[in-house]
Structures are given as C-alpha cells and as structure tokens.
Design a protein around this ligand. Structure first.
Ligand SMILES: Nc1ncnc2c1ncn2[C@@H]1O[C@H](COP(=O)(O)OP(=O)(O)OP(=O)(O)O)[C@@H](O)[C@H]1O
Length: 223
C-alpha cells in the first residue's frame, strides 16, 4: 500500500464484490477515503449495494478483490480473528433495525458492547447514557422503549467501545422525520466531538444534506 494512505482513517481501494449467480458485480471497483471526524453520506437506489459496501468495509462480508484499510490496517489481509478484533476495537455499526439484545436492560446492552471492547468503566457508561438522553431509561428493556430511544441505545452500543470508524445503515429508516433528525444530531455530534469518521448509508436527502460529503452508488460505481 502507498504511504499516503496511512493517515486516512478509512481507505477503500478497487473493491469488487459479486454475489453468486448475479449478472454483474454489486461493487465494481469502489475506492473511497474518509478522514477522522469526517461525515460522509452514501446514497443510491434500493439494491445499489450500499449495505453490501458497509458490510465489506466492516469485514462482515468478504470482498472478491480490493483492499479496506482502517487506520492503515488492511482488513482484507487479516484472518477472521484479526478482523473480529479490529471490528471490536475500531468499528461501530448502527443498523436500521436497532439490533439490541432483547433480554438485556439498556444499561446491560451498553455495557455488553463496551466490555467486548475492553472499555466497561461505569463512569464512562454513565456519561454515555447522559449524552444519549437515556439516563432515565437504563433499567428498561428494549421492548419498553420507543423506536427513537431504541436507536439511541443502538448508537450507544456502537460507540461504547470508542470506535474510530462509525457506520450507520439507514439509521433513521424506521423513524419519523423529527425522531430521525434527533438520531442524526446525535451521530453528527459524536463524530464531531470524538473525531470519529462517520459513513452513513441513507435514502434520506434530508439526512444526506447533513454530511460533509456525499457519495452516490450506481451500477457498482461511486460518483
Ligand atoms: N447475501 C446476498 N446474497 C445474494 N445477493 C445479495 C446478498 N446481499 C445483497 N444481495 C444483492 O446485492 C444487491 C445490493 O443489495 P444491498 O442490500 O447492498 O443494496 P442497498 O443499496 O443497501 O439496498 P436498500 O437501499 O434497499 O437497503 C441487491 O441486488 C441484493 O439483492
């Protein structure tokens, strides 16, 4: 890899991904860079490959060709263990469907993720809960929360480990506009104050307008 890629928090180079039986690759030579603290929106029609790109960047899905470097470490050259360790320490992901653990309270959902990343100090989790506006909900279970509150817990889980790269896949897709705005406010504020790079896949022009930069995915390519 070239030396000038090393300072990028996320550097994606020439990614190609084809699902078995598909006529053409869903990702067909994707390259992109995201710096720390930068907010990038990823738009594109339904089925254009936004989720696939996020999954490959997170190491949840293998690429056929290409490289994904997180803070200079090439995920595509690691084994499963290495990828999982990098994901725990450096990457946070927020999904449309919140993906909370239903049998755990809000406090335990947050602590679970922080513990995985080796960062489960109570004072830190209290500060995070305050920031998320969840202080009064810590003893509740996910099913007792509204959609917006659940998504705030999901964001808390994603950032509890102190990731360098935060990715969100349609984070406001299940929320009304006003609630979606507060969720995006939270993501933006976390990225700005923590210097976290934020990559958000969305259909929402409103949400995309909040980013520093937009990338549009179409026919496997970025524009
Ligand atoms: N595991 C899989 N196996 C086979 N094909 C898949 C798989 N996952 C996604 N695809 C296909 O890849 C294409 C891109 O899907 P993807 O979910 O990445 O798109 P998207 O842009 O995130 O869509 P949406 O906006 O609707 O969420 C689609 O044609 C989809 O059917």
């Amino acid at each position: 890899m070239q030396a000038n890629l090393r300072h990028m928090l996320l550097a994606v180079r020439d990614l190609v991904k084809r699902f078995p039986g598909a006529e053409r690759p869903v990702l067909d030579g994707i390259s992109l860079d995201v710096e720390g603290g930068e907010i990038v929106a990823l738009t594109g029609e339904s089925g254009s490959g936004k989720s696939t790109l996020l999954h490959v960047v997170a190491g949840l899905e293998p690429a056929d060709i290409g490289h994904v470097l997180i803070d200079g470490q090439d995920l595509t050259e690691m084994d499963d263990r290495g990828r999982a360790a990098l994901r725990r320490s450096d990457i946070g992901i927020v999904f449309q469907q919140f993906n909370l653990i239903p049998s755990l309270s809000v406090a335990r959902n947050l602590a679970f993720q922080a513990r995985l990343a080796g960062r489960a100090e109570e004072a830190q989790l209290d500060a995070l809960a305050l920031r998320l506006g969840l202080t009064d909900h810590l003893a509740k279970y996910p099913e007792e929360l509204s959609g917006g509150q659940q998504q705030r817990v999901a964001i808390g889980r994603a950032v509890a480990g102190g990731p360098r790269l935060l990715m969100a896949d349609e984070p406001t897709g299940n929320l009304d506009e006003a609630t979606g705005d507060t969720v995006m406010d939270l993501l933006v504020s976390l990225a700005r104050t923590e210097g976290t790079a934020l990559l958000v896949a969305t259909h929402s022009q409103r949400l995309a307008a909040r980013a520093d930069r937009r990338l549009h995915l179409s026919r496997g390519r970025l524009a």
